[in-house]
Write a protein that binds this ligand. Structure first.
Ligand SMILES: [Zn+2]
Length: 236
């Protein structure tokens, strides 16, 4: 079991850890980690684990049960090794900006058009994607939501993260539906709250205030057939 440091400190870039297991030479579990594993439609972090003067590049991070596994580019790490760990912060920060941006766009489509978000993917630092249900493929209507999202970003709402108990969440009409998919065993739910805009249970990493996102541009709109629309966007 690895302690996921990114849940409570999303700005942590460097940390010390101990190797608790190694599988096939290259899949390393640490007692604690700030590396975000690929999940929830967000790409994983990359970076380095350093033992003494020897550097192991982290090329992929995945979550397997309660373990967060770091795939490194060479064998050699052993159980009990102490390692200094560093995230590729430029990449992580951009992923956080993209992911938080997906929250804003999803919120705008839902609030203004009642469009249900069916997927989102932040697979790289080059672009983001959201999928949503909208009856008519109306380009100007979609452009309007992007403009509204850019306005929300300019309002610079703070983004806060806190925990609520399951019973608190079940009493909250905004959260109860979203929380239903979360396993019953989880008693405290992590809530991401874009102040005065949108709240949801969420395990991802986010920036601290919306202006950090920058400005959204539409890269491509795709008509995926009956009700399904796809928006590729970039931020700068
Ligand atoms: Zn999120």
């Amino acid at each position: 079991m690895s302690k996921a440091l990114y849940l409570d400190d999303m700005l942590l870039k460097e940390f010390e850890a101990e190797v608790v297991s190694v599988k096939d030479g290259k899949y390393v579990v640490l007692n604690q980690t700030a590396f975000y594993p690929k999940s929830g439609g967000i790409a994983n972090d990359v970076g380095t684990l350093t033992r003494g003067s020897e550097v192991f590049n982290v090329v992929y991070v995945g979550k397997f049960g309660s373990d967060i596994s770091h795939e490194v580019d060479k064998e050699g790490l052993q159980v009990g090794d102490k390692v200094s760990c560093t995230l590729d912060w430029e990449r992580r920060y951009k992923l956080m900006r993209y992911h938080t941006c997906a929250h804003v766009l999803s919120g705008a489509f839902y609030k203004n058009l009642g469009a249900k978000i069916t997927g989102n993917d932040i697979a790289s630092t080059e672009q983001g994607r959201i999928d949503f249900n909208l009856e008519h493929f109306d380009r100007s209507l979609i452009e309007e939501q992007v403009e509204k999202s850019n306005k929300i970003i300019q309002e610079n709402h703070p983004v806060e993260v806190y925990y609520l108990t399951r019973s608190e969440v079940e009493k909250d009409p905004d959260l109860v539906k979203l929380a239903m998919g979360i396993p019953k065993g989880i008693k405290n739910l992590r809530i991401v709250d874009i102040k005065n805009f949108d709240r949801q249970p969420d395990g991802g990493c986010h920036i601290q205030a919306l202006k950090e996102i920058g400005k959204i541009s539409i890269k491509k709109l795709v008509n995926k057939g009956k009700n399904n629309r796809r928006l590729y966007f970039t931020i700068e």
